[in-house]
Write a protein that binds this ligand. Sequence first.
Ligand code: MG
Ligand code: MG
Length: 255
Amino acid sequence: MVQLKTETSLAAMREAGRVVAQMLTATREAAVEGVSLRDLDAVARDVLREAGAGSPFLHYHPHFAPVPFPAVICASVNDAIVHGIPDGYRLRDGDLVSIDAGALLDGWAGDSAVSFTVGRARPADTLLIDTAYAALEAGIAAAVVGNRIGDIAHAIGTVCRAAGYGIPEGFGGHGIGRAMHEDPSVPNEGRPGRGLPLRNGMVLAIEPMLIAGGGDRFRPDPDGWTLRTTDGSRAAHAEHTVAITDDGPRILTAL
Ligand code: MG
Ligand code: MG
C-alpha cells in the first residue's frame, strides 16, 4: 500500500534526507587514491553519529542476501553496479565509484546515491556518469501530480537507451517513508501513461542504474550482495529521495 505523507512528515523526511546528503558529501571528499572503501564507511558513520541518526542499511537482511548488510553505505567500484560492501579495497586513479547512503532520523528514512571518478577520469566514465544524472533529472521532472509511475520509468529509460547504455533488469526505485523500501516500485524503464497515478504526498526514491556495455545482465558476487555487470563494463548509479507535491517535485536528499 502506498502511504501519502503530510507536510509535517515531509519536513521530517527533509531532515533525514539532509543527513544522507551530508554522508555523501563527506564520503566523496574523502574518496581519494589510496583510501579504502571501509574508510569511507567510517566517514559516513561519523556523520550519522553526529546527526544522532541511524542507518537503514546496517544489518538490513532481505531474502536474497546470505548475510545482513554490514555497513552504512554501499560502495560499488567500476563494474560493480550497486550494493557493494565497503571492504579493504583501496581506491585507484581512474576508478568509477558509486556511493549509496541512507539515514533514519526521528523515524523517517532518506536514500540517495552519487557516482564520481577518482583521479584522472576516463572520458567514457564521465559520459556514463553525466547520463546517470541526466536520467535522474528526467525521472524527477516526470514526478508530478497527474503523471503515473510509468512516466517516470519511461523518462529514465529513454535517456539511458538513447545513450546506448544497459539497464539492470529488476532493480530500480521505490517508495520510501518510515521504512527505506515501501510501495510502489519505480522501474527504470517502462511505458508512459501506465501504472499508479502520482499523488500529492507520495515520496519516491528515484534511482537510475546504467551499464556502459549496453547489456542488461548482471550477476551477484560470492558475497551475495555486490551486483556486477556480466560483460565487465562499468556502471553508474544516481539517486534522490523525491516528494511529489502540488507545487512539483521536491528533492529531499539535497544538502
Ligand atoms: Mg539507495
Ligand atoms: Mg533506493
